[in-house]
Design a protein around this ligand. Sequence first.
Ligand SMILES: C[S@@+](CC[C@H](N)C(=O)[O-])C[C@H]1O[C@@H](n2cnc3c(N)ncnc32)[C@H](O)[C@@H]1O
Length: 275
Amino acid sequence: MAAVNLRFAPLAGCLLACTPIGPSSTPAQPASDPPAAVTPVASDARTEPAPEPEPEPAPEPTPEPVSDFGVLHEDLNAHYEEETDVEQWRDRFEHGPREVRFKQPLILKEVGLAKGDRVADIGAGTGLYTFPFAKAVGKSGRVFAVDVQDYFLEYLQAQAKERGLTQVRTVKATQTSVSLEDGSIDVAFLCDAYHHIEHPEPYLKSLHAALRPGGRLVVVDYAKVEGATAFIQHHLRDSPDTFRAEIEAAGFRFVRSADFLDDNFLFVFERPKAR
Ligand SMILES: C[S@@+](CC[C@H](N)C(=O)[O-])C[C@H]1O[C@@H](n2cnc3c(N)ncnc32)[C@H](O)[C@@H]1O
C-alpha cells in the first residue's frame, strides 16, 4: 500500500477500504526484464550488413470494464474478492476516519426511520448502519442487510443473532439485482456503496421494484466534484450529478439533498406513487 498523504488523512479509512491491497512499489530490476540484445557476429562483416532492428510493436490498449452508463476506473469490487478477512474490513469501516461515521447521527436523522419500517441497508458491509437501523425500526420492523459477499453476510447474521436482533435478515444480491421481493421495503439506503455497483441500470430497476410506491431511497456517497481530493477524483467513476441522473432515469423522483457533508453527498429520492 502506498503511503497515504496527510492531505488525504480524513479519507484514509476509505482509501484503505476501497483500494486494492498489495505491494505498490516497483521492483528495482524486474526478474522478467529481457536480457540485453546480442548482435549476432557475421562470418563476413564486409558482405553481410547488420540487419535493421525490427520496429517495436505498439502496445495494445488495456480495455477498461464498462458499466451501463460509462467507463469504470477499475474493477470496483476486486479488493472485496481478494481480501476476505471480515475483522480487518470492520476496522476500516467502523474505526477509520470516515465522514459517514462521524456524522452518522445526522445521516440517521435524514433517513428518518420509524418503528415498524422495513429498510434495506444495501452494501451493508460490517453493518455500520444495519445495527442502528435495527434499533430505529424495532422488533416490529425489518432490516434487510444486503451485500454480495458471503463473508459480510455471515458476519452480519452472526452479529444479529448475538445481539438478539430478530428484525435483521441478510440478503445476497448480485451485480444486476438487489434480490429483494417486489414492494417489500419502505426505505432503501446505500452508504458508500452506489459507486461499487457494477451494473447500475438493471440494479436500479430491481431496486425500484423492491421499494413500495411512495417509499424513499437515500444515497450517500463520495462527491466527485471540483476541488475534491485526488482519492475521490480517481476512485469514483462519476459525479453526484451523473449518479442523480442515473437514478432519476430509473424512475425515482429526486426529493432533496443534504448540506451537512463535506466529502460526500446525500440524496433523497422517492418511488412515485402510482397514479
Ligand atoms: C465501502 S463498503 C460500504 C459498507 C457500509 N455501507 C459502510 O458504509 O460501512 C461497500 C459495500 O458494498 C458491497 N457491494 C458491492 N457491490 C454490491 C452490490 N451490487 N449489491 C450490494 N452490495 C454491494 C461491498 O461488498 C461492500 O460491502
